[in-house]
Design a protein around this ligand. Structure first.
Ligand code: AMP
Ligand code: MG
Length: 403
């Protein structure tokens, strides 16, 4: 059985970038930048007032100041500020020549017609200088960044309206199992609803992949073979759920081999998720994931997601935070790395009577195993217990990977 870290390295080493395309900024969210983006302008492009007030010379702050003009945002200042002069100025407007500070309107008094006086004790300059945020030609965003809404604003600010982004991988999803019925139907005796296809589709779309759903296939070799052959021709990646363990009707590995898929591993030392298969065909990357929905979810999260990001040139590093365990966790077998769903309790809530914050802690969700998809709904994250570790004590600090 391959240790999880080695399995992850194997899939990441296999993934080659897919190429790139330009997209309009309005469609760029969740895409991965395929080149460094430089700014075509200084930002801000001019010395900019950050408050509404009066632009003047700091050396004149003790004096009465004559207001020589009003400068609104979007209109250049006309006159330079001379000693004991000021200009009324709006937030976002250009600071006039000669001025080196802007006093807030709230800190001034009108002391005559077009004459004001500063009445504060001290003032910041309240000027954002030309090029202070970024200079023309500097890199604003790096290749490989995942574009979030704040990145869209940054791209707009530097004038990049059709960013070059990685092509999205097309991912086939095939669910195998004689017992499966589509979710819209009530399962008959011995039947199970196919929740994996829609779950995988959601996970793929959530991270920016394109899903091709090939539906459910019975555990009949010719049927799986035929759907697989089509999927492999039409996609970059094929994910097959179910049929990868050691039961009489677990046929996926055989079918992959018959189709000249070179299997790089067929089992990994992780719980849930042991019967995970990864292989390469000439046309596509192929994953076989265990059928249990929690296993499918976890293996996608741990292995497939970083891999799909790799195809898009993004080095995925999920946020994980350290928190104390609210209860000790023990397990019987410690021969595999375990991923355990946990919930965050007492989320820093203030206890008013005691005037203090409760400590945020992790608790295990009540979890019956890898078919218990409902349990995963109340989990905030997953914690990992390493090979050879049978117990983690209450109060120990552990890393939780948020899901
Ligand atoms: P398998 O990996 O095919 O041996 O399936 C393991 C378990 O996962 C069985 O209990 C299946 O009924 C269940 N299972 C398999 N495929 C799905 C699916 N698409 N949706 C929900 N449960 C599934
Ligand atoms: Mg099955």
């Amino acid at each position: 059985m391959l240790p999880f870290e080695e399995a992850l390295k194997t899939v990441l080493d296999s993934g080659q970038p897919l190429g790139s395309e330009h997209v309009g900024l309005g469609r760029a969210v969740n895409r991965i930048l395929a080149e460094d983006v430089t700014s075509d302008t200084d930002i801000p492009p001019f010395d900019k007032a950050t408050v509404d007030g009066y632009a003047c010379r700091r050396e004149d702050l003790a004096n009465r100041l004559t207001v020589i003009e009003t400068i609104q945002a979007g209109v250049p200042a006309v006159r330079a500020i001379e000693p004991n002069q000021c200009a009324r100025i709006m937030t976002g407007a250009t600071v006039p020549r000669g001025a080196n500070c802007v006093v807030m309107v709230e800190r001034t008094l009108n002391v005559g017609e077009d004459v004001i006086r500063f009445v504060g004790e001290e003032t910041a300059n309240n000027i954002c200088h030309k090029g202070e945020d970024i200079k023309a030609g500097e890199v604003a965003l790096y290749k490989g960044s995942r574009i979030r809404p704040q990145h869209i604003a940054a791209l707009a600010s530097v004038g990049n309206v059709r960013p070059l982004v990685a092509r999205r991988p097309s991912v086939a999803v095939i669910a195998t199992g004689d017992e499966l019925v589509e979710p819209a139907f009530k399962p008959g005796p011995s039947q199970i609803r196919n929740s994996n296809s829609i779950q995988l589709a959601a996970q793929i779309e959530d991270m920016g992949g394109v899903v091709q759903d090939y539906g459910m296939v019975q555990d009949i070799p010719a049927h799986i073979d035929s759907v697989f052959k089509t999927a492999v021709e039409e996609n970059d990646v094929v994910i097959i759920s179910g049929g990868v363990s050691v039961g009489d009707f677990d046929l996926v590995q055989e079918i992959l081999k018959q189709n000249n898929v070179k299997l790089l591993f067929e089992k990994i030392a992780v719980k849930p998720g042991k019967p995970t298969v990864f292989g390469l065909s000439e046309k596509a990357y192929c994953f076989g994931l265990p059928g249990n929905p929690v296993s499918t979810f976890v293996v996608f999260e741990l292995l497939v997601k970083p891999f799909l990001y790799k195809l898009m040139g993004h080095d995925y590093s999920p946020v994980s935070i350290q928190m104390p365990l609210g209860e000790s966790i023990t397990r019987e077998d410690s021969d595999r790395q375990s991923w355990i769903p946990v919930t965050i309790t007492d989320r820093g809530a203030l206890k008013p009577a005691e005037g203090r914050f409760n400590q945020t802690r992790l608790r295990r969700v009540e979890y019956h195993g890898s078919a218990h998809i409902i349990a995963l709904c109340s989990a905030d994250g997953l914690i990992s217990i390493g090979v050879g570790v049978a117990k983690i004590e209450e109060g120990a600090m552990v890393r939780v990977r948020l899901i």
